[in-house]
Design a protein around this ligand. Structure first.
Ligand code: GAP
Length: 455
């Protein structure tokens, strides 16, 4: 994994992979069997961080917009859905193979192969020149069978995007929620793609989760809504605490546009391996709804009572990967520094996203301190994911929490026993303040809210 981008610590990807395993964020899938290509499991801290990002997106999109409804469709759908959407036969990547080392590549990622000059292309893995096969189209959708007997069963697909589940439910959601256009349908869920070149850790994987929103608008207002959503989505990326200088827009040129899109822009992040897509915003026109109308024979029109007009709405889509968002958050938060002559690794996660909000330590394992610390942890757990730790020196306990991105560490010391106060240490400034034990929850709640406002 090349790490060439300025601004990030050297070898950041390697360090992140190692930290994620060591601290229980992310593990290779089925590791004890040698792993499964480009599928990852999320450990205690990873699952927590992922949930926090997921909840943040849901609240930003669904709860804070009266004109957006949430829903959840199945991963398995009627096979005709994927015929209508153009995915059957059309969701492919051009694949080429090096005859010498048998490694496979996306043909469009090898410049000479893409230009049709196979003889000139050197293999990036084994170095042999001129051994690439003629590119052939490779289907990215995973197939499986529905029914008891495989030979008689229907072929169904693991969905490659959540979007189609929102389109086929357009009427159901509109009618049941009594939303009027413009309005949106938001979904979070798993998607599967048999990627030829997955990689860069969890950046591109075969199983991942998407957070997508389809905004249905009157044709003719789509350009304006596209501009609105591209700005709102950039604001959300910044609200995760991501540095502005590592975010930019990337408008798609005509050769990059998906078959369904009139206009598309990516929000890119400057990963350690270069600028890459973080989120996509697409103007999908009436392509999907029209195709589903034709394929299903069911009307997916909208009747605008005020204007006494009937039309198939246009769709402005925002689509971001949850796992990719997690990688962005981790890459941006990772920091190394020296504190009092000692190296410190710290994840400067936005406090509202941090997996553990606060850790509670008794300074020593005696004199009534563990009892006070345990009781305080239990009380705090009513509201926060709080963690109790009494093992090792206080310095080591702080370092462990720094690596986990825990924004606050509370220490119960000798004075706590006397006057019912504790110290709260801030992960980033390293400052410690003394607060009454009963005020810790309010202190942390206010500090998280304040960090969010300033972020
Ligand atoms: N419904 C539109 C759609 O699926 P996309 O650009 O193919 O558009 C949307 O995917 C987002 O999903 C991407 O911006 C990326 O964040 C994430 N994504 C796509 N493929 C991925 C993969 N193989 N692994 C992880 N995340 C992926």
């Amino acid at each position: 994994m090349p790490d060439t981008e300025p601004g990030h610590p050297p070898d950041l990807m390697e360090k992140l992979v190692s930290l994620c395993k060591r601290r229980g964020f992310i593990f290779q899938s089925s590791e004890i069997y040698g792993g499964l290509g480009s599928v990852y499991d999320y450990g205690p801290l990873g699952a927590e961080l992922k949930n926090n990002i997921r909840d943040d997106w849901w609240s930003a999109m669904v709860h804070r917009h009266e004109d957006i409804e949430g829903m959840e469709s199945g991963i398995l759908m009627h096979p005709d859905v994927w015929v209508a959407s153009g995915h059957v036969g059309g969701f492919t990547d051009p694949l080429t193979e090096c005859r010498n080392c048998h490694r496979r590549f996306r043909a469009d990622e090898l410049p000479q192969v893409a230009a049709g000059e196979l003889a000139a292309q050197q293999c990036p893995v084994c170095g042999t020149t001129g051994e690439f096969t003629e590119p052939r189209q490779f289907d990215l959708m995973f197939k499986t069978f529905m029914g008891a007997v495989e030979e008689e069963a229907a072929v169904v697909y693991l969905r490659p995007e959540t979007a189609q589940g929102s389109y086929v439910n357009f009427r159901n959601v509109a009618d049941s929620s009594r939303q009027k256009i413009p309005f949106g349908i938001a979904q979070i869920g798993k998607a599967f793609r048999n990627e030829i070149t997955p990689g860069n850790f969890i950046f591109r994987t075969r199983e991942f989760e998407q957070m997508e929103m389809q905004f249905f608008v009157k044709p003719g207002t789509d350009d304006e809504w596209f501009d609105t959503w591209r700005e709102r989505r950039m604001a959300w990326a910044r609200s995760l605490g991501i540095r502005s200088e590592r975010l930019r827009y990337h408008p798609h040129g005509p050769d990059e546009l998906a078959h369904y899109a009139k206009r598309a822009e990516d929000i890119q992040y400057r990963f350690p391996f270069g600028w890459q897509e973080f989120e996509g915003i697409h103007n999908r026109t009436d392509f999907d709804l029209t195709r589903h109308q034709e394929q299903s024979g069911r009307k997916l029109e909208y009747f605008d009572q005020a204007a006494n007009e009937r039309y198939v709405p246009y769709v402005v889509e925002t689509a971001v990967g949850l796992n990719r968002a997690l990688l962005v958050v981790l890459a941006d938060a990772y920091d190394e520094e020296e504190v009092e002559g000692e190296a410190r690794v710290v994840l400067r996660l936005a406090p509202h996203l941090a997996p553990i909000k606060l850790a509670v330590f008794p300074l020593v394992k005696k004199d009534g301190m563990p009892e006070i610390a345990r009781k305080l942890t239990d009380d705090l757990r009513e509201e926060f994911n709080a963690f109790y730790d009494e093992s090792g020196s206080i310095g080591r306990r702080y370092r462990r929490q720094d690596e986990a991105g825990t924004p606050f560490c509370v220490t119960v010391d000798g004075q706590s026993v006397e006057d019912d106060t504790v110290t709260v240490r801030d992960r980033d400034t390293l400052e410690q303040v003394r607060v009454p034990t009963g005020s810790v929850a309010a202190y942390v709640r206010d500090a998280i809210a304040a960090a969010r406002r300033s972020g």
